[in-house]
Design a protein around this ligand. Structure first.
Ligand SMILES: Nc1ncnc2c1ncn2[C@@H]1O[C@H](COP(=O)(O)OP(=O)(O)O)[C@@H](O)[C@H]1O
Ligand SMILES: [Mg+2]
Length: 487
């Protein structure tokens, strides 16, 4: 199906999120939408998929002007969107989840639908257990599920908003080949990203947004420098490796064993020293997130000890870890980190709460304002967190980490951020290292792991490699270890 957007405008108060965008996407193409954080990509896609109305402008599908008043309207017209943070209903089984919103109700068509979906999944090369509980799926699996659901509902235009943040390289490869197949069938794929390599790899055309406007378009072969210039209107360079000299051991794990679901780690010894950054690499679900949670006291230890600055915290609750300077920042921003419905001010007030009864809103507002400036968050103290773009939510999460936190446990800290924000945030994080802080973080970005870690641990289905020196490890070596060779 051919998609035409004409003069789309959407303002949020003074912010011109979309400032007259006109774009045509032919059927069977994979259209990349590039742009830095806050460029207006998600806004445009939400308009096209009926999640929010435009202030003005037209949507034309295969030559016909259509009105999209809701996502249900959009899917009736064949337009479906996969969100940046996958929406779903965690306590349900996969197949029931798929049937929500399908015509005919859940029960009567369950078996028939399950067969149809399984067939669709197979033909796309996806393997998903339809009887599993959605809550037990990884972000990548939920995404495959959501894609199947949209196809099942009849989508002929598929919109994916930053779909590769938070999924493993392997899942990304599966996703890309699925999208290529769908485009081959004549479906229209719109792929929103700020990652140039992905757009180069996948897309058959690209449009670049900046500050709410369409500032450029390109066809393959894509020229990186030109695209970067369009995105940022200036050159960026990722900056030098920053080295902090490590100090005394801060966190000491000895023969640590933890278990959660199918994953178990055992006999893990690790010292994390002051000023040190340790990257945890591996496919999603290989144990790296489990280790982070164990170091925060969020999952029980089944074996071994956790010591922090000589205090034995084995078996102690998260509260105790927090009191001693541990901060844990999860990857799923709207599920665990931020509270939808609350404003930035309210978040800072909550984070700063000393246990008193009175809440000083004015103080909260000032605090929020200063952190917004410090972390370059595009938003105001009164903005609810869910109205911020994904990258700005991530900045807000990191801005909420207390100054006095000494050990930062960060799950995918730069997921969803554009290059500039990544550089900026790591600058901030490394300042903490210079001040004696230590960082343990997970990432599925090999360059990020190599550039910002001092040492790297690679996880492969619960097994852990020896500590690698990040300065002398290559992307290839790291990739091989992540794939299970040599761990
Ligand atoms: N619901 C909203 N309320 C207020 N401002 C918003 C809302 N949604 C988006 N914005 C603002 O519009 C601009 C574009 O945001 P968005 O479309 O999410 O950008 P992108 O997806 O390119 O990062 C940002 O400045 C963002 O803060
Ligand atoms: Mg976005």
């Amino acid at each position: 199906m051919e998609v035409q957007l004409r003069e789309i405008r959407k303002h949020f108060g003074p912010v011109k999120a979309n400032d007259g965008i006109t774009l045509s996407v032919p059927a069977g193409s994979i259209q990349g939408i590039l742009g830095e954080n806050g460029a207006g990509k998600s806004t445009l896609m939400k308009i096209l998929s009926g999640f929010q109305p435009a202030d003005s402008g037209d949507i034309v599908l295969d030559g016909t002007l259509v009105q999209m008043r809701s996502p249900a309207d959009a899917i009736r017209h064949g337009v479906g969107m996969l969100h940046q943070d996958p929406l779903d209903f965690p306590p349900m089984s996969v197949v029931d989840n798929l049937l929500i919103g399908a015509p005919g109700g859940v029960i009567p068509r369950r078996r028939e639908a399950a067969a149809a979906i399984a067939g669709e999944a197979r033909s796309l090369g996806l393997s998903i257990d339809l009887r599993a509980e959605v809550g037990s799926l990884t972000v990548g699996e939920r995404q495959q599920l959501e894609l199947l659901r949209l196809l099942w509902l009849g989508a002929r235009v598929l919109i994916l908003d930053e779909p590769t943040t938070g999924i493993s390289a392997e899942q990304r490869a599966v996703l890309f080949s699925t999208l290529r197949r769908l485009a081959g069938q004549g479906k229209t794929v719109i792929f929103v990203s700020h990652k140039l390599e992905e757009v180069q790899d996948l897309c058959t055309r690209v449009a670049v947004l900046r500050q709410g406007r369409l500032v450029g378009a390109a066809l393959p072969p894509f020229e990186v420098e030109g695209l970067v210039n369009m995105m940022f209107a200036r050159q960026v360079s990722p900056g030098e490796r920053m080295v902090c000299t490590p100090g005394e051991p801060m966190l000491r794990l000895s023969s640590l064993g933890v278990e959660r679901g199918r994953i178990r780690l055992s006999g893990l010894d690790l010292d994390v020293r002051e000023s040190e950054t340790i990257g945890l690499a591996g496919m999603e679900g290989s144990g790296q997130s489990l280790l982070l949670r164990a170091c925060a006291g969020l999952v029980p230890t089944v074996q071994g000890r956790i010591r922090l600055n000589n205090a034995d915290l084995t078996g102690k609750p998260y509260r105790q870890f927090k009191k001693r300077g541990v901060a844990y920042v999860p990857a799923s921003r709207l599920e665990e980190g931020l509270i939808p419905g609350l404003t930035l001010t309210e978040h800072f007030l909550l984070a700063d709460r000393q246990g008193g009864v009175f809440i000083d809103r004015e103080k909260g507002r000032r605090l929020a304002q200063s952190r917004i400036e410090e972390f370059n968050i595009r938003g105001t103290p009164a903005n609810r967190v869910e109205s911020l773009s994904g990258g700005n939510q991530q900045r807000a999460l990191l801005a909420l980490v207390k100054e006095k936190a000494k050990l930062l446990l960060l799950e995918h800290p730069t997921r969803g951020l554009d290059i500039e924000s990544v550089i900026y945030l790591w600058g901030k994080l490394k300042e903490r290292c210079l001040g004696g802080g230590a960082i343990l973080f997970t990432s599925s970005d090999l360059d990020e792991l190599l550039r910002y870690s001092d040492r790297i641990l690679v996880f492969f289905s619960g097994r852990v490699s020896a500590l690698l020196d990040a300065a002398t490890t290559t992307v290839d070596e790291l990739g091989q270890l992540i794939g299970g060779r040599g761990v």
